[in-house]
Design a binder for this molecule. Structure first.
Ligand SMILES: [Zn+2]
Length: 204
């Protein structure tokens, strides 16, 4: 089995993308140009090979037994990149009701609960909601992806995020536009910092 783990060093300080010869504090051109709303993003593995197969299995609801390993991966990536003692709460990326009906459950919530337990923090499951029905992000250009997700999140209860450092958890990061939009909404609701962590990342 080949699991392509990502290094948390030698990468862009903001998006976490691996960049050759990147030293501490390096910010990639893309982040300088587009300025994502999350403060930083980290991912555990590359979304390919066996990692992709395992993740899809877990997402489908078949590979529930994989959860503990996946939680270890996320905890290791987040722990290498962030000072987890400074995290106040964990927020799972919300999915639309449509997707929930389609897949039956939001697998991200289960992972977020475990991570929250691991670092002894609250898991804020219904603080952010997804509204509207954006098109699928797959197949869209980076610009289209950004526009497609604008205004699709809503903070239902700002109280627990105000002034806080939030660990925002999602399964797969592609361009990061969904994470950025969600982070923007959290910040508008008063969150101080949003640190994103995803299980996997598509590497172009
Ligand atoms: Zn970057």
């Amino acid at each position: 089995m080949r699991i392509p783990f990502l290094s948390q060093e030698g990468c862009c300080r903001v998006c976490g993308r691996s960049v050759e010869n990147a030293a501490g504090g390096f910010v990639c051109e893309e982040c300088r140009r587009s300025g994502p709303f999350y403060d930083a993003a980290a991912s555990a593995v590359v979304f390919e090979d066996d990692a992709r197969a395992l993740l899809l299995k877990y997402k489908s609801g078949e590979g529930v037994w994989l959860k503990d390993d996946l939680v270890d991966w996320i905890a290791a990536a987040a722990g290498a990149r962030y000072d987890l003692a400074e995290v106040d709460a964990v927020v799972p990326m919300p999915i639309t009701l449509f997707h929930r009906i389609d897949r039956g459950y939001n697998q991200c919530v289960y992972l977020a609960r475990s991570i929250a337990k691991h670092i002894d923090r609250a898991c804020l499951e219904s603080v952010v909601a997804r509204c509207g029905h954006p098109k699928r992000q797959a197949g869209l250009s980076e610009e289209e992806r950004r526009e497609n997700v604008i205004g699709t999140f809503k903070v239902i209860d700002p109280k627990p995020v105000r002034g806080r450092t939030i660990l925002l958890l999602d399964d797969v990061m592609a361009t990061g536009s969904t994470l950025s939009e969600c982070a923007k909404t959290l910040k508008e609701a008063g969150a101080w910092r949003v640190w994103a962590v995803t299980l996997a990342r598509s590497v172009r």
